[in-house]
Design a protein around this ligand. Sequence first.
Ligand SMILES: C[S@@+](CC[C@H](N)C(=O)[O-])C[C@H]1O[C@@H](n2cnc3c(N)ncnc32)[C@H](O)[C@@H]1O
Length: 209
Amino acid sequence: MNRILEYLERIHPEPHPLLVELERHGHADHIPILSRETGRFLATLVHAMQANRILEIGTAYGYSTLWMALAQPPAGKIWTIDTDRARTEIARSYFERAGEADSIEILNQSALEVLQNFPQRNLDIVFIDADKTEYRAYLDLAIPTLKRSGLVVVDNCLWSGRVAEPERTEDSDDTRALRAFNEYFLAHPDLSATILPLGDGTGVGARIR
Ligand SMILES: C[S@@+](CC[C@H](N)C(=O)[O-])C[C@H]1O[C@@H](n2cnc3c(N)ncnc32)[C@H](O)[C@@H]1O
């Protein structure tokens, strides 16, 4: 960790103990979870918007879900999608221990399948963090579910910096897809969007039409 990140880590309050436990659990099991700073950012967005209707694409052990759930108003609701039942059972155990299980609905289906039939509208936030090659399709299906001024937040836009390297034939499908996604996202006519160098690159787009 560089000095600036170390300094920021030192001056922020420690997260909820279950989030700290989840970080250790995720890292021990090599689960790709959000960076702590991106989790804090999500929580601040949820607080600022009083976001009580959130869709998450990519649950894993529920680390990002729990950051958002703990920041929601009492009537808050999160729908979170992941095909991996073993992971989401672990997530569910943390939601129960945090007293948040009633406000979180886990959907164990492919993200595209859920999004194609998702009945909810007027969402405050859609958070994208699943299959990188499907990000563009998630975005296209997610925008109509958002309220005007709602946010789409996207993890891994910078992909450990690989998207900024010159293109090479050996680039992975994920790297190629994220490069194309970033340009599509930033130019999207329905969004006012930016990508922050926070965590692994955090895209934030507000629905403007
Ligand atoms: C990066 S992890 C999510 C991490 C989580 N957001 C966090 O920060 O704690 C991505 C998850 O997306 C799930 N996933 C990948 N492709 C998917 C798809 N097409 N549909 C649903 N879930 C998918 C994987 O099973 C994995 O658990």
